[in-house]
Design a protein around this ligand. Structure first.
Ligand SMILES: Cc1cc2nc3c(=O)[nH]c(=O)nc-3n(C[C@H](O)[C@H](O)[C@H](O)COP(=O)(O)OP(=O)(O)OC[C@H]3O[C@@H](n4cnc5c(N)ncnc54)[C@H](O)[C@@H]3O)c2cc1C
Ligand code: FES
Ligand code: FES
Length: 1362
């Protein structure tokens, strides 16, 4: 690292500089508006991705290193480049994923481990994960613990993998004994061909057969798992980029730089200079982490002209402890504070550090590591957010704030008096917060933190709290001598419950105190019905629950003290235990059926090694050619309105403006649509949703384009809007001709007969789901040959649709439009049709101006405008016998299509097909309708309506169980379909593996034993409950629109023996290209490495159906096989001469004989078809069956939950690539968990009046929570059914993408099972509705008890946008 110099010897810096991956860069003046991410991507380091721009996804994670002059050490930490102002890293060393390792010079062990353990699917999140892990390793002298690893990843989101393989890949760095880890992860087993699976690699090897004696490290195939010691040792460190010695010798200087829009960035080094600047610029904003300011400036578009960065000011960064307490500089970062407090706790008497412990616990759930590494104590305090996690604790613990004004005068104020109103604090313009003083606690003084959020990790609180009580002994009674109860999230400021505090003082700590306090708290906390944030009843209940927990906790702490008699019942103790997450244990069980050289082998995703190094390119990574423009959308702000006028003069005079286009400017046709053409590319007269595209602006930069778009002024005349399914039903607002009916037997007769012992009726409400692909929608369009040809690179699952829409809107023949896709960063259905509209929009300026145009949607815009999984409403009437045998189902089913039909009809139809799930129902009538609402058009999403149909079914199955007092599993079993059953749409059930799967799962999860353990747990725990469920599924494979079941491919064999395959499918992380390449390799009997798939392109394979419906491997695999067979047939005359010793020789021999070595392959799915007139047919080629078990634990007082175990089994025939299939199952399951328990879309509707009508409130990772690493089931087992070939698909395999998604509903029903136990504890029996998703709000409110009773009845149903 070079020699360390003393302070005086350091060289004063002249230029503003930065080291990036070891290379010195001078930072010119004028860049104060840029983030580090923008800068990195501008200089070509596109491995660092933009996923959200608000610190919520981790895709932009980089490692920053600096030399801490105070502690004389190098600090390495992960940060979010999207929020870091460029100049905030001046004088530091930034390592991006490109600096860690690459394909040419070698992968870093972290990269190799992630790639080889299947931890990268679409790869868009991957560089971020690599950087978080890399920073953890570099900042730790010793191997991190598994807990540290999981904690360090909490700020990184992945939508594909389900996290388990990522954790497994990184866990090896936590331990020196790899054997412990590897043997638990992949089971050793005997595959068909006699080979054995190496437990380390998951690949066939010769290290078996005796399980007992195998040591993975001794594996004879030469594989050796990567260990932490290797990364630490010379083998890699000689390649590791070191901290630049020049930076050690560099003395920071006062910076004064500028940026676009007149922004000034000052970085003073002394407090004196800060104060001078503050007096010169009273409105200047102090900045430390920019995690609050960054959101204000970039998302809320607030303009601040002057920033004063105080990271280098010693007085603002002090951290000292003395006899009275701790002094914490306002600029101290939360991760530093956490470390310091941990040290203090070890050194001071236990009773003194109660506040410290509470703060540490609270910081644990404060954002992710990247945010905590930069976010400051002062930034959090001065923002005065009503949901700040720390402010209630500062207030409760009696902290004091030291404030200094521009003259240097210091005043001190109690934290409790500092907060004046919504984001308003007692600070004059010439004052800043200098430090926080945290007093030690006294003996018998207790401080406790509380927080409940949607998601435990990296989420802002719904309600939080800080509570302190000081007990003194008075005449043999323990009496409250001081107290402070503070809540966040219940008022515009952190709210001190003053009446409760006044009551508490002088009272004995006993049950009477508890009861009275709960009463008084209701007067302290008053939340109005229409309060922003909603969830009023939940928030009120939480305030009582928290106080109750505090009472129990203090009582428990006091237990055993002389004369303290308020003992806590044993069954209450779990209510006060902090949540501790065990490390995730994954196991995967599959057999390998090798077919040829590659099919059947658990090969690594073909792009994995490019993805872990950041070399894999996505749409936005395409370099912008000279003259290129950025586009921004002009969007409707009204759900339904007439456009009265559009004033674009402001946009035209905006900086960098290059053009603006509306409906009238479209050269071709403005109307389009995937099934029927019912949608305008640019709204012309009427807008029918918020976020509808009215026009597009292009400018020289993305920011300038957005600025110009914001300057367009539109006048509207409001029209009545339909904002829910209920409204649509009431006003009969349906898409034309969308009514569908399926029937079997006679439902009415059955209901009237005496066969039905019971008839139930009910309603199932299912919320929508955002796709949250990590790569936002994006397209890049340019013209060629004087503007007469149009080419594009798009992030889409349907390049052919892009080609078609662009040709249509420009009035060009399709033959002159080409769309290419290399890979996409996740799609899940969201890029099947909606993406084509964005391509059409971008093509207009590109064509009209004859210049390249890039349109990349910001995350919030993407979420608002691009449609989601449909919300559904199901109204059922079911007749059944006393035994629970279902006899008749009458179902009305509605989906919320939004403002255009898009794919909603087919989605409704699939929901209707799947409304029997796996059950034999003799009499069925299903009526379905597609609702027109004033929302952006909803669209395809993994499962395509199937999960919603099946969820309705499982709801009434579960209700029948309660009605007949049997377990839901018994009801399921007695109603199972079997071989030969005929579905309600007339398809015969063949090769049904349902019973086998079910029995194997029940055995593998030990269902009977677990049920009795759960009952035992519930008996002994009043406020925590466990629940279990086991759910089956049957998913129909094929596009239900017959003509779409066709696929084309092009196979080209080159004279060096390598093969280039192109097919109509898109690689979006699901491993399609890998599987298809395996098929080609096996066909030619060549190694997989000889086959390459470069991209998908409409000029290679025409008229391709979208990559969807789980059917792509089946279809494109078969098309490729067809092409390979054609080539092999042509080669056969030469091959039969047996003169060649290798494939290369054979190819060359054929070439010299002038044999065509290129072939077009084609495949149609046979034997399918359906007639909606008769309602009968054979819509599916076959079914994929599966089942899942889940066990959850809920905190009935807060609604917090975690999944203790999930055990999933699927029948995937002979898997083409079991590792990829396991990845699909895990990813789908975790995504499904998001749908059933975490992810809630909140729209401005009748239920959410605090949101403007038709607007999406949950439009980013800050408010919309997809599962994070903490949500993975603690024990997560995935098995593939063995020995179950499927003769209806290629190589006897089965489709996998969508079928496992629904199995996550086992978590939903396990939650419901736990709630049933909780309600029983309060005397509430009988069935109750639980809407999907079962978020903490729904869980808590369904656990009706004395803390919810003051606010709602036990049948209360929290609001949901449906
Ligand atoms: C993804 C994400 C997750 C988050 N999660 C949480 C969470 O779980 N809990 C939570 O409470 N918050 C959370 N936040 C909010 C935010 O991170 C915190 O409030 C953070 O502590 C702010 O610190 P900062 O240094 O980044 O502030 P900055 O953005 O740098 O500054 C914030 C404000 O404080 C002012 N300021 C800073 N220092 C001083 C000073 N010394 N004197 C006067 N004014 C000052 C600034 O001028 C500015 O107005 C989250 C934010 C993000 C982006
Ligand atoms: S892009 Fe920075 S956290 Fe999402
Ligand atoms: S691999 Fe993580 S988001 Fe796709």
């Amino acid at each position: 690292m070079g020699s360390l110099k003393s302070e005086e010897d350091l060289e004063e810096s002249k230029d503003a500089i930065l080291y990036v991956n070891g290379v010195r860069k001078v930072l010119p003046d004028g860049f104060a508006h840029l983030t580090l991410l923008e800068y990195l991507r501008d200089v070509g380091l596109t491995g660092t991705k933009l996923g959200c721009g608000e610190g919520g996804c981790g895709a932009c994670t980089v490692m920053v290193s600096y030399f801490d002059q105070i502690y004389k050490k190098c600090v390495h930490q992960a940060i979010n480049a999207c929020l870091a102002p460029l100049y905030s890293v001046e004088g530091m060393h930034v390592i991006t994923v490109e600096g860690v390792g690459n394909r040419k010079f070698g992968l870093h062990p972290v990269q190799e481990s992630l790639a080889s353990r299947h931890g990268s699917q679409c790869g868009f999140c991957t560089p971020g994960f690599i950087m978080s892990m890399y920073a953890l390793l570099r900042s730790n002298k010793t191997p991190p613990t598994e807990e540290q690893i999981e904690e360090s990843l909490a700020g990184n989101l992945c939508r594909c993998t389900g996290y388990r393989p990522i954790l497994d890949a990184f866990r090896v760095f936590a331990k020196s004994n790899d054997l412990l880890y590897t043997s638990g992860s992949v089971s050793l087993q005997e595959p068909k061909n006699g080979e054995f699976i190496c437990p380390s690699t998951g690949k066939p090897c010769s290290c078996g057969p005796n399980k007992e004696t195998v040591e993975p490290n001794d594996c004879q195939n030469g594989y050796k798992p990567v260990s932490y010691n290797e990364i630490d040792g010379s083998s890699y460190t000689n390649k590791e980029i070191i901290f630049p010695p020049q930076l050690l010798m560099r003395k920071s200087s006062h910076l004064s730089l500028s940026g676009f829009g007149g922004i000034k960035w000052h970085r003073p080094l002394l407090l004196k200079q800060v104060l001078e600047l503050k007096s010169r610029y009273p409105d200047a904003k102090l900045v430390v982490g920019n995690t609050e300011l960054g959101i204000e400036t970039r998302l809320k578009k607030i303009h601040y002209p002057v920033f004063i960065s105080v990271t280098h000011v010693p007085e603002l960064n002090i951290l000292t402890a003395d006899d009275d307490g701790i002094e914490i500089g306002a600029g101290v970062r939360l991760s530093e504070l956490q470390k310091f407090l941990k040290k203090v706790i070890e050194e001071r008497p236990v009773y003194e550090t109660a506040s410290c412990k509470a703060i540490i616990e609270q910081i644990k759930w404060f954002a992710g590591t990247q945010i905590r590494n930069v976010a400051s104590v002062g930034g959090n305090i001065c923002t005065a957010s009503p949901i700040s996690d720390l402010n209630p604790l500062w207030m409760a613990s009696g902290a004091k704030f030291k404030i200094v004004d521009s003259k240097g005068s210091i005043r001190t104020i109690l934290a409790g008096n500092f907060f004046l109103g919504y984001r308003k604090v007692d600070l004059e313009n010439n004052e800043i917060l200098l430090s926080v003083f945290l007093p030690w606690t006294r003996e018998f003084e207790y401080v406790k933190e509380f927080k409940q959020a949607h998601r435990r990790d990296d989420d802002i609180a719904l309600v939080n709290g800080g509570m302190r009580v000081f007990l003194e002994k008075n005449n043999k009674n323990w009496v409250v001598s001081d107290a402070c109860i503070v809540y966040g999230g219940v008022a515009p400021i952190s709210l001190s419950a003053v009446k409760t505090k006044d009551y508490l003082i002088g009272k004995k700590w006993n049950k009477e105190l508890l009861q009275n306090s709960l009463e008084i708290l209701k007067q302290d906390v008053v939340i109005s019905e229409d309060a922003p944030g909603g969830m009023v009843e939940f928030r009120k209940s939480l305030t009582l629950s928290f106080f109750f927990k505090f009472f129990l906790w203090v009582s428990h702490q006091m237990d055993g003290q002389d004369s303290f008699s308020e003992s806590v019942p044993v069954s209450y103790l779990s209510a006060v235990e902090s949540f501790h997450r065990p490390s995730v244990m994954g196991s995967q069980d599959y057999e390998i059926t090798k077919q040829g050289t590659a099919v059947g082998s658990p090969e690594v995703h073909m792009s994995a090694r490019l993805q872990v190094t950041g070399e894999a390119e996505y749409t936005d990574d395409t370099p912008m050619p000279p003259g290129g423009l950025h586009a921004a959308l002009i969007l409707s702000k009204k759900p339904h309105a007439r456009l009265l006028s559009i004033d674009d003069s402001g946009a035209r005079s905006s900086p960098g403006f290059a053009g603006i286009f509306f409906a009238k400017d479209i050269p071709g046709d403005n109307i389009s649509g995937p099934v029927i053409e019912d949608e305008e590319v640019f709204a012309s007269e009427i807008v029918t949703c918020v976020g509808q595209v009215v026009g597009v602006v292009v400018a020289d930069t993305h920011e300038n384009a957005k600025l110009a778009a914001r300057k367009v002024v539109i006048e509207y005349e409001d029209l009545p809007a339909i904002l829910s399914i209920e409204d649509a039903v009431k006003f009969k607002s349906y898409h034309p001709n969308s009514h569908r009916c399926l029937s079997k037997g006679s439902v009415d007769q059955c209901f009237q007969s005496d066969q039905c012992h019971k008839i139930i009726e009910g309603e199932v409400r299912i919320g929508g789901q955002e796709h949250f692909y990590l790569e936002p929608q994006g397209t890049f369009v340019w013209t060629m040959d004087g503007g007469h040809e149009v080419h594009m690179i798009s992030s889409t699952q349907a390049p052919q649709k892009h080609q078609k829409y662009v040709a249509h809107v420009l009035g060009l023949p399709m033959s002159k439009v080409v769309c290419k896709v290399k890979r996409i960063g996740g799609g899940f259905g969201g890029k099947e049709t909606r993406s084509a509209f964005f391509a059409a929009v971008a093509s207009v300026p590109a064509y009209m101006l004859n210049r390249p145009v890039k349109l990349i949607l910001d995350r919030d815009i993407d979420m608002q405008v691009s449609g989601q999984r449909h919300s559904f409403l199901g109204k059922y009437k079911v007749g059944f016998t006393n035994e629970g045998k279902v006899l008749a189902l009458d179902l009305e089913i509605y989906n919320n299509a939004g403002n255009s039909l898009d794919l909603s009809q087919a989605i409704l139809e699939r929901a209707m097909y799947h409304s029997d799930n796996v059950y034999e129902i003799p009499n069925v009538r299903i009526n379905g309708r597609v609702c027109f609402t004033n929302y952006p058009s909803n669209t395809a999403f993994r499962g395509f309506g199937g999960p919603q149909g099946m969820l309705i079914t499982e709801n009434w199955i579960q209700r029948i169980a309660m009605e007949v007092e049997k377990s839901p599993e018994e009801i399921r079993e007695i109603n199972f379909m079997s071989e030969g059953s005929i579905s309600h749409y007339g398809q015969k059930i063949q090769d049904c593996t349902l019973h086998r799967l079910w029995d194997e799962l029940k055995k593998s999860c030990n269902f009977v034993k677990v049920r009795s353990e759960v009952e035992d747990f519930n008996l002994h725990n009043r406020w925590k409950k466990r629940g279990i469920a086991i759910i089956p599924t049957k998913f129909g494979i094929s596009f239900t629109t017959k003509f779409m079941n066709q696929a084309g491919a092009l196979v080209q064999v080159y004279t060096d023996g390598t093969v280039l395959v192109t097919h109509g499918g898109v690689e979006m992380g699901q491993g399609l290209h890998t599987k298809v390449a395996q098929i080609a390799a096996s066909a030619f009997e060549i190694p997989l490495s000889s086959v390459f798939i470069s991209e998908t392109s409409t000029d290679k394979v025409p008229n391709a159906s979208p990559t969807a419906a789980s059917a792509s491997s089946d279809m494109y695999g078969a098309a490729v096989l067809d092409a390979c067979k054609q080539i092999k047939t042509r080669m056969e005359p030469i091959a039969s001469m047996k003169k060649h010793t290798s494939f290369v020789e054979l190819v060359n021999a054929c070439y010299f004989e002038r044999i065509d070595l290129s072939a077009h392959g084609f495949y149609i799915v046979p034997d399918i078809g359906f007639d909606w007139k008769t309602g009968k047919g054979h819509p599916f080629r076959y079914f994929t069956y599966g089942a899942a078990f889940a066990e959850v634990e809920i905190d009935t007082l807060t609604g917090d939950f975690h999944t203790r175990a999930a055990d999933v089994i699927l029948d995937l025939g002979f898997s083409i690539n079991p590792a990829i299939d396991v990845g699909q199952i895990e990813g789908a399951f975790v995504q499904g968990m998001g749908w059933v328990a975490l992810e809630e879309l909140k729209w401005g509707d009748e239920a959410h009046k605090w949101i403007p009508p038709g607007c999406l409130f949950t439009s980013g990772p800050g408010s919309y929570k997809i599962p994070s690493v903490n949500d993975v089931p603690h024990r997560f087992k995935v098995s593939l059914l063995k020995d179950a070939p499927n003769d209806k698909a290629i190589h006897s395999s089965k489709a996998v993408g969508e079928p496992p998604f629904f199995l996550a509903s086992s978590v939903f029903f396990a939650i419901k099972d736990a709630i049933i136990a909780a309600r029983a504890g309060s005397g509430s029996h009988g069935w109750f509705p639980l809407d999907n998703p079962a978020t903490p709000e729904r869980i808590r409110m369904a656990c009706a008890d004395e803390f919810t009773a003051p606010f709602v009845q036990s049948d209360f149903r929290p609001k949901l946008s449906v």
